[in-house]
Design a protein around this ligand. Structure first.
Ligand SMILES: *[C@@H]1O[C@H](CO)[C@@H](O)[C@H](O)[C@H]1NC(C)=O
Ligand SMILES: *[C@@H]1O[C@H](CO)[C@@H](O)[C@H](O)[C@H]1NC(C)=O
Length: 542
């Protein structure tokens, strides 16, 4: 499902011109509600439906250089034309062998049709190929997909070769006619199937996240058949395979992975860190809240320890993300369950703005909130005290002892460690310290110490977020697109008021599916100003 942003932009401008509504307005009630039928009649939305034996669709990758969007489903990979989503998609059928399916069914795993190949990872591999992984009927597999366009002379060959996600050189589409399907290549590379272990989950119900950077695949994933061994893995490339310490609940405790994103720390590449966003079970039994939201990070060039933590991250650290509001009675309402993250780039690649959508854990009441975090606050917590626990019957405290050098979590060969080229050169005491102190003592609070948007006492929750910056006469605004569990998208703008307060305005709420189901993936395409578009996927397993 996709629609052009133009009409929404007009709605925004109309509101700005008309002035703000009186402040006693119920702000969370939208100005305009469009049902699915009404949305269709506007002609700005294109509804895509394709008859596959599944409703499990996930947008896994936007390929803006080729104007394609790749969608993973059960046994199928689709490549949709971003110009015209209703054009017949290019389709790869990638089922599991019937013997594998039989074995999976015999192991009792097919209660909801899970014995299929659920495509869960699509990453750009090189100029011509994608790397894709599927659950493979509880035996994950990966392979390469040849994609791009058939070369037609030099300029197109060039376009094909620059098909990486960073290149803008291949922007031929704005100058030429949309291509017909015949001109695209989209097929499995024969004879190149790899194991998907450590890349893709066995169980299609478990979330995974991934990032392919310099030929190395980093993934937050459950790596076993039973779905009990969770890890952040590095595989595929020339560096040593790495993972988080196995079955160490101090590192990861039943996590649900939400997002992974590379954020550089400085101009020095050796300082580059990959951030993981997830939620996990609280470390203590009976602790409230039961779920905690986390941001974790590793150095890309981590080689593990020498004495111990061999082939395990020696730079993994995590911190708690807080999103809460004080109540009238002084009791904080915590939104503990991180559901989605949107990283908004800024001029400075080291300092993107982090938007998180959270919901209330447990079932006391439904509520959700959007909190915004700055990299400065995040780095301050990672540079602060480590959480320490003397023994099982002690409280967590801030570690006050001597911190070994180089400071745990520092990347090798970076700004602070130019002479230690590898984590294997780190003193044993650094590695030992890391093993027992993966958590920061301080939590990360949102900007202004409160959520940007809050919803309580409503019968829906936010599930996804995308953010767009819109310029208006009196400055630029952030426009939030918030997907809900009732199949709608709210377009929300947050306006500054005096005294550091903000005011939130729901401009529109739109029903994007014929049958209301939770929105689970949402991508914003921003290649050209005149062609912003939003894509939503519905997801109900199998
Ligand atoms: C679709 O699913 C049904 C029920 O599981 C099955 O009987 C049918 O063969 C499937 N069709 C295709 C085309 O896979
Ligand atoms: C990209 O990778 C695939 C799979 O390894 C390989 O067959 C192909 O030749 C590579 N293409 C380029 C341009 O390097």
């Amino acid at each position: 499902m996709l629609w052009d942003k133009l009409s929404w932009l007009l709605a925004l401008l109309a509101v700005s011109a008309g002035g703000l509504p009186p402040s006693n307005d119920p702000l969370s009630a939208p100005r305009i509600f469009l049902s699915f039928k009404e949305l269709k009649s506007t002609g700005t939305a294109h509804h895509f439906s394709f008859l596959l034996n599944s409703t499990d669709y996930r947008i896994l990758r936007m390929d803006e250089d080729h104007d394609r969007m790749y969608v993973g489903s059960k046994d199928y990979i689709l490549s949709l034309d971003l110009h015209d989503i209703n054009k017949e998609p290019l389709i790869i059928h990638w089922p599991v062998a019937s013997q594998r399916k039989t074995e999976c069914i015999l192991s009792g795993k097919d209660t909801n049709g899970e014995c299929g190949n659920f495509i869960r990872l699509i990453e750009p591999w090189n100029r011509t190929h994608l790397y894709v992984c599927g659950t493979g009927a509880y035996n994950p597999i990966c392979t390469y997909v040849d994609r791009g366009r058939r070369s037609q002379g030099f300029s197109n060959l060039q376009a094909l070769q620059s098909g990486g996600r960073t290149s803008r050189a291949a922007d031929y589409s704005s100058t030429s006619e949309p291509l017909s399907n015949k001109e695209y290549i989209f097929r499995l590379e024969p004879g190149k199937v790899d194991s998907g272990k450590g890349k893709c989950p066995y169980d299609p119900k478990l979330n995974s996240v991934s990032a392919l950077i310099h030929g190395e695949l980093y993934a937050g994933v459950y790596v076993d058949f039973m779905g009990t061994d969770s890890a952040i893995f590095r595989t595929l490339g020339k560096q040593t395979a790495m993972r988080t310490d196995q079955y160490n609940s101090r590192w990861l405790n039943d996590p649900t992975f939400v997002h992974a994103h590379l954020i550089p720390d400085s101009a020095e590449k050796n300082d580059d860190k990959l951030y993981f966003f997830f939620r996990e079970k609280a470390s203590e039994v009976g602790q409230s809240p039961m779920t905690q939201s986390r941001i974790g990070r590793i150095c890309l060039n981590d080689d593990g320890g020498h004495c111990c933590l061999v082939n395990k991250w020696s730079t993994f650290l995590k911190a708690r993300l807080i999103c809460s509001v004080p109540g009238v009675d002084g009791i904080e309402t915590h939104f503990d369950e991180l559901r989605d993250v949107y990283i908004q780039p800024t001029q400075d690649t080291r300092n993107p703005v982090i938007f998180g959508v959270f919901s209330v854990s447990g079932s006391v009441f439904k509520g959700s909130a959007v909190c915004v975090y700055s990299m400065a606050d995040i780095r301050m917590v990672f540079n602060g005290p480590f959480a320490h626990k003397e023994g099982p019957n002690y409280q967590w405290v801030a570690y006050t002892g001597k911190i070994p050098y180089p400071r745990p979590g520092t990347c090798p060969g970076g700004t602070f460690t130019p002479n230690m080229k590898s984590t294997k050169d780190y003193p044993d005491e650094v590695i030992n310290f890391m093993r027992n102190h993966p958590t920061m003592y301080n939590a990360i609070y949102p900007v202004h110490k409160r959520p940007l948007v809050v919803r309580t006492n409503v019968d829906y929750e936010f599930t996804t977020i995308a953010v767009d910056q819109v310029r208006a006469a009196d400055g630029s605004y952030e426009v939030l697109f918030l997907g809900t569990d009732r199949g709608t998208v709210q377009k929300v703008i947050v306006l500054p008021r005096d005294d550091l307060q903000t005011e939130e305005l729901v401009l529109e709420e739109v029903e994007v599916f014929k049958v209301p189901t939770p929105i689970t993936t949402m991508k914003i395409s921003s290649k050209r100003v005149s062609y912003h578009s939003f894509c939503f996927c519905q997801y109900s397993l199998i």
